[in-house]
Design a protein around this ligand. Structure first.
Ligand SMILES: [Zn+2]
Length: 332
């Protein structure tokens, strides 16, 4: 059972409701104040603070805010699907040795939920989306097919992600108050970059003719992106990649593509391209020359050494790829 907003706060430890949300039965996993243990006392070890994160987007945010005071390790590299990711024994060891853990939350790392509950008993464990949830942020998407849960892909709305930056600065400051000023300063600098990126997204997407602002991808990761920047979004799979949609759903999307003369659809870096490629042939059989518009980074950053290996580069790449493919008229 999912509890949307248990609002559970412990002294010195912001225990994520997303931790509880990940459990099969949240009531069985309530964590008492006693169990918070040493985490409630904040950081007392040697610098840099050893922090383990799940996805690259979270790792980058924490590294940017923490600066020289933290050492950040990400468990999930390029091309890794966080919905399906099961922690291996070396992950458990890294998490156990860490001074603090940061993860996305909102059930993104669905198969690590029980582990986060365990870790939160004696370690500072933070969901970066906790603030959005505890404030009941009206921008949080709650698609009916996700059965009462929020859409976890908040980083695709750059403004929303910038709010998470402010929240993470507070979490780090609470954990390590002696460097609170540095964390705040670093967070402000990173948020400035994100605000510029948000404007870039708006300016670029506005270049696509209005009737072609339709984004078809492998899974429903781009709902926040569509809402923030004005595109209709369709995913062949659901919000989580382990949910399959049926043939009727695929046919509905095919018909929409043909009717609205959408020139291109997009594959994703962490999902086999066949899901999206299956649309091409039926559309071409119907006389609509549908193209694969390129590869988008939905849930994982790009390979090391590329511009897309950073969060900012990932968003820029997605926007450029989408604008280029959708600006071209069908048949050209
Ligand atoms: Zn996803």
């Amino acid at each position: 059972m999912y509890i949307k907003n248990p609002m559970m706060f412990l002294p010195g430890l912001l225990l994520s409701s997303a931790i509880l949300a990940g459990c099969n039965n949240a009531d069985n996993h309530s964590v008492s104040t006693d169990e918070a243990g040493s985490a409630s006392r904040g950081f007392t070890g040697h610098y840099p603070i050893q922090i383990v994160c799940t996805i690259g987007q979270v790792a980058e945010m924490v590294a940017q805010i923490g600066g020289e005071h933290v050492h950040v390790d990400a468990l999930m590299g390029p091309g890794v699907d966080p919905h399906l990711y099961r922690p291996i024994s070396s992950d458990v060891s890294k998490l156990s040795k860490a001074d603090a853990i940061f993860f996305n939350g909102l059930h993104l790392e669905g198969r690590m939920s029980d582990l986060f509950v365990q870790m939160a008993r004696n370690k500072a464990t933070f969901a970066v989306t906790e603030g959005l949830q505890s404030r009941s942020d009206s921008r949080l998407r709650e698609p009916p097919e996700f059965e009462g849960m929020f859409d976890p892909h908040v980083w695709h709305d750059v403004k929303l992600w910038a709010d998470c930056v402010a929240d993470v600065a507070k979490m780090l400051s609470e954990f390590d108050p002696s460097h609170a000023n540095d964390y705040q300063e670093n967070a402000n600098a990173y948020a400035d970059q994100l605000n510029k990126l948000d404007q870039f997204c708006k300016d670029e997407i506005a270049k696509i003719p209005e009737n072609r602002r339709v984004l078809v991808t492998a899974h429903d990761a781009f709902g926040y992106f569509g809402k923030a920047y004005g595109l209709d979004v369709f995913g062949l799979k659901g919000i989580s990649t382990d949910s399959e949609k049926d043939i009727a759903h695929q046919e509905t999307i095919q018909n929409m593509i043909i009717q609205r003369k959408i020139p291109a659809v997009f594959v994703e870096s962490a999902i086999a391209p066949r899901t999206v490629e299956a649309l091409v042939e039926p559309c071409r059989d119907a006389g609509h020359d549908l193209k694969i518009g390129g590869e988008l980074y939905a849930d994982a950053l790009g390979p090391a050494g590329t511009d897309e290996s950073s969060y900012l580069g990932m968003i820029r790449h997605n926007v450029k790829t989408i604008v280029q493919a959708l600006s071209t008229e069908i048949g050209n």
